[in-house]
Design a protein around this ligand. Sequence first.
Ligand SMILES: Nc1ncnc2c1ncn2[C@@H]1O[C@H](COP(=O)(O)OP(=O)(O)O)[C@@H](O)[C@H]1O
Ligand SMILES: [Mg+2]
Length: 342
Amino acid sequence: MSGGLGLPNPADVVATEDLSVAYEGQRRLLSTGSPRPAVRGVSLRCARGETLGIVGESGAGKSSVGRALLGLVPVTGGAVTVEGRRFTSMSSGDRKWIRRRVQIVYQDPYSSLNPSMVAADIVGEVLRVNFGLKGNERRSRVRELFEQVGLSSYHLERYPYEFSGGQRQRIAIARALALEPSAIVCDEAVSALDVSTQAQIINLLEHLQDAIGVGYLMIAHDLAVVRHMSHRIAVMFAGRIVEEGPAERVYSQPAHPYTQELLAAVPIPDPVEQRRRRAARRKLLGTAATESAAIGSEQGCPFRGRCPYAMEVCSIEPPPWVAVDGGGASACHLDDRTAALS
Ligand SMILES: Nc1ncnc2c1ncn2[C@@H]1O[C@H](COP(=O)(O)OP(=O)(O)O)[C@@H](O)[C@H]1O
Ligand SMILES: [Mg+2]
């Protein structure tokens, strides 16, 4: 496995394979002069009716992965697959097709909803442009979509500024659904909402998934936000996936030191497991090395500079993918050693 979640298969609505993204303006590596990629070797997949959570701190590359699926950012390596169609590069025709099949909902719908259009027209416009719907046909489809996202006919003729944050997110979801996509990238779509509104929007997304089988890529910097609705979770750090697995396992038994840091405030519910892991790590700390001259180079583990368990090998070799009990895998030299010891 090169980057995390295995090879794409035909059941996937979206997938990436060894994906790299690099922006022109990004800091260049002294040695090569090429841009330091924002995303490096990421492989993930999301099946029909599945929710894949992507978590990690700001700058980890989460949005870049989501946007790469829609052809919105410069892909410098690997491939993107949408409904079984694999793209290593995209023509403008490909992008046009993809943008009907994959939709994206952003954190702040206020900036993506035209302030001078009423809600019904914001959604209706999409139906006109993409399906040529007119008049009554269009109006009744808009009503249907509003109903699906829990808005009433009262809301049809209102402007975005007249809605609350949660209602604006419902309009953005209705607009996304209008295209009948197979996947929706929710990029921090609930992050800015208060906790109870968050729960309502998550309920809505789950309900819609049950009804239409759409796949979600739920991007969030906060693991708690995506925990309950994700089937699987991928954890990103510095452009890479460092751990992936079933949501409950990743949350209750995080394997990678970065995932553990991300969850530091959350107690591990299994004290026996916690003691076992600590003991294994203490044993290995004896071999911990101070950071060598390799620091700042692209070799080794991206997390080594912050990792409390960093060993010499971490600055020399890229970490291997090691299967984790309970499902998924973690890219860590320590888990590799722990597995060898037990
Ligand atoms: N349009 C852009 N131009 C240049 N650099 C960018 C652009 N978008 C993102 N980046 C950089 O790419 C890296 C990953 O960003 P992003 O994908 O937005 O991460 P996240 O969503 O996890 O916060 C960051 O270093 C960020 O500064
Ligand atoms: Mg982001």
